[in-house]
Design a binder for this molecule. Structure first.
Ligand code: 6GU
Length: 229
């Protein structure tokens, strides 16, 4: 899979792309990720990408020209799934991560400034937000999408398909986990995990998952109940 990220701040992605699971997925050629600084495509003398809004008002508006030209420079951009990240988009969820992970090519546009020229929207297939809060720019949102999509591509996480039991994949939060020591300054690991009875352990884990979900995420719990009826 190839992911092209259109951004004015490509260096924000340096750490993200050079550490941990992302860097391994890139090294193993499972994903190829390019950050494209669309300022370089600006026609204006000073590489301006924004301008004041028609009709007046405060702030600046990201113009269409540099983004249009940057998009055109990407081979086969017509075939790619083109995502614009914006707080006005549909809220991203795990389900979309799975769906988008099946694509061969994704292009993500990160915005900044007050807003985009409305005509930019027409160049993209979907608009995605990562939640109900406002970020200074779309870069973190693009990283969130890239990370969530990449990790569910087969062979990215080594003990493969471990993500199939992730929270949200089955509408349940994960059960608690423990590792050594069994007793840390009097804080003990639940007895059931120490006795090696795998059937009991599975039952306990499922129980904990359901209990946690009910307490912490009643919205998810409702969805879960529907799956078992
Ligand atoms: Cl995609 N962009 C910005 N600037 N803020 C956000 C967001 C995106 N998603 C949630 N907040």
């Amino acid at each position: 899979m190839k992911i092209d990220i259109l951004t004015l701040f490509p260096r924000m992605f340096d750490g993200f792309l050079t550490e941990s699971i992302m860097s391994r997925a890139i090294e193993n050629k499972i994903v190829e990720i390019n950050c494209i600084d669309f300022r370089e495509f600006s026609n204006s003398k000073h590489k301006k990408v924004d301008d004041s809004p028609y009709g007046g008002g405060a702030g600046m508006v990201l113009g269409i020209q540099s983004i249009y030209d940057a998009l055109q420079s990407i081979p086969n951009y017509q075939e790619a799934l083109k995502i614009m990240v914006t707080p006005q988009g549909k809220t991203f969820k795990q389900e979309y991560a799975y769906e988008y992970s099946k694509q061969d090519h994704i292009i993500i546009l990160c915005g900044h400034y007050e807003g985009y020229d409305e005509r930019i929207r027409e160049l993209f297939d979907i608009e995605i937000s990562i939640g109900d809060y406002v970020l200074t720019g779309g870069e973190l949102a693009a990283m969130v999408l890239t990370d969530a999509i990449t990790r569910v591509i087969p062979n990215v996480i080594s003990n493969d398909d471990s993500h199939l039991n992730d929270s949200f994949s089955n509408h349940l939060l994960e059960h608690p986990h423990y590792t050594r020591p069994a007793d840390f300054m009097g804080k003990k690991v639940p007895e059931v995990l120490l006795n090696g009875n795998h059937k009991l352990i599975e039952e306990w884990r499922m129980d904990q998952s359901v209990k946690r979900t009910k307490e912490r995420r009643p919205d998810l719990y409702k969805k879960y109940l529907k799956t078992i009826k």
